[in-house]
Ligand binder design. Structure first.
Ligand SMILES: *Cc1c(COP(=O)(O)O)cnc(C)c1O
Length: 367
């Protein structure tokens, strides 16, 4: 059986590492937003070139705090892609603003600049660009569609380490986020996330919002109404350690993705590959598009290969957004991707033999 994702294989030393971290953080009596979190923030800045990084409790809270810090709230509209994880739209709704969905590009799965242009209006305050699976959104093209004064929020939750023309994902818009959920590229030992920005005032506001509006100096003075979106020190240490092995892990995943590209090219017409606009990509998921998606998934499972359908429903058609009144057919590309996309296993510990076995099984579906 080739598992879609395998924590035991990814972290063979997990038990020893965790016990050491717990002893060390426990002995120093530092549990939340202390030395390790501050050091992780510095490491994130060094690793991405971001001027400011603020560690928080998840990428979902990172998105919400970024929206709040941008002053987005009731009466405002934020354009966000119709094909994504729920957080890139729910964060907008959770600060009281209205998510305005725009369709995505069929080749890259990311926000379509023309669709964005059509959905901008007088109430638009910001745009959420989501980097999805292995591709980065076309940030320059999206920015060109946006009037001055609108914020470009980057949902770079799953693209830590990716670059577009040498600039890190997360630093391409006005504010970016990373997720450290265990299965994400830089995986924590629980939930975690970060906000990155070149804007010091915005980062300071996020810093206060994550800790009930306190400034980190005077306790129990609340400058703003905020949240408890703080990072745990054990997770911060684990993530600092994870950063050390990250480049190697990323290089191996990129090599597997390129091997998949090569091995699936001959299925053109049957299997479509996600188009990436950078060599410096982070293959969080290797997602193929196939009209016979469900039959292919069953075929692979019968051969011991586990796959995933990440987003089986376009976001505007989710029950949680029923009040927006969208109907099937409103977002044809997102709905098509929801029917046709399939993620195949891609993790750094896959052997070359397993990669070959997966390719052979996919090709075998049409033989
Ligand atoms: C996982 C994910 C998030 C949310 O991250 P959490 O840390 O789980 O809150 C947001 N956007 C995208 C695209 C994601 O894949």
């Amino acid at each position: 059986m080739i598992a879609f994702y395998d924590y035991q294989r990814r972290h063979p030393q997990a038990k020893a590492d965790l016990l050491r971290i717990i002893r060390e953080r426990g002995a120093s009596a530092e549990f939340i937003l202390k030395t390790a979190s501050a050091e992780l923030e510095e490491a994130l800045c060094r690793g991405t070139g971001a001027a400011h990084a603020v560690c928080v409790s998840s990428a979902t809270s990172a998105m919400m705090l970024a929206m709040k810090a941008l002053g987005i709230g009731p009466g405002d509209e934020v354009v966000t892609p119709a094909f994504s994880y729920i957080a890139s739209a729910s964060a907008v709704a959770m600060v009281g603003a209205t998510p305005v969905f725009a369709d995505v590009d069929e080749a890259s799965f990311t926000l379509d600049p023309a669709a964005l242009a059509a959905r901008l209006g007088a109430r638009s305050k910001a745009v959420v660009a989501v980097h999805l699976c292995s591709a980065l959104a076309d940030m320059p093209a999206l920015r060109r569609q946006m009037p001055k004064g609108l914020a470009l929020v980057e949902d770079s939750a799953t693209s830590f380490g990716a670059k577009l023309d040498g600039v890190a994902a997360g630093c391409l818009g006005d504010v970016g986020v990373y997720s450290f959920f265990p299965a994400k590229p830089l995986g924590g030992i629980g939930d975690g996330g970060a906000v990155v920005s070149a804007d010091g005032a915005l980062a300071d506001t996020v810093r206060m919002l994550r800790n009930h509006g306190q400034d980190g100096k005077t306790r129990f003075t609340h400058h703003l109404l905020g949240f408890n979106s703080r990072m745990d020190e054990i997770n911060a240490r684990w993530l600092q350690q994870g950063l050390l092995g990250y480049p190697l892990e990323l290089a191996r995943k990129q090599a597997i993705a390129l091997r998949y590209d090569e091995g699936l090219a001959r299925l053109e017409g049957r299997v479509a590959l996600q188009q990436r606009n950078t060599q410096d990509f982070v293959p969080h998921a290797y997602v193929i598009r196939c009209a016979e998606r469900d039959a292919l998934a069953a075929h692979l499972l019968a051969r011991g290969i586990e796959t995933r359908v990440h987003f089986s429903q376009a976001l505007p058609l989710q029950p949680a957004f029923a009040h927006l009144g969208h109907r099937p057919g409103d977002f044809p590309v997102a709905e098509k991707l929801a029917r046709e996309t399939l993620a195949i296993p891609l993790h750094a510990q896959l052997s070359d033999a397993e990669v070959a076995q997966i390719l052979q099984a996919i090709n075998g579906f049409w033989q």
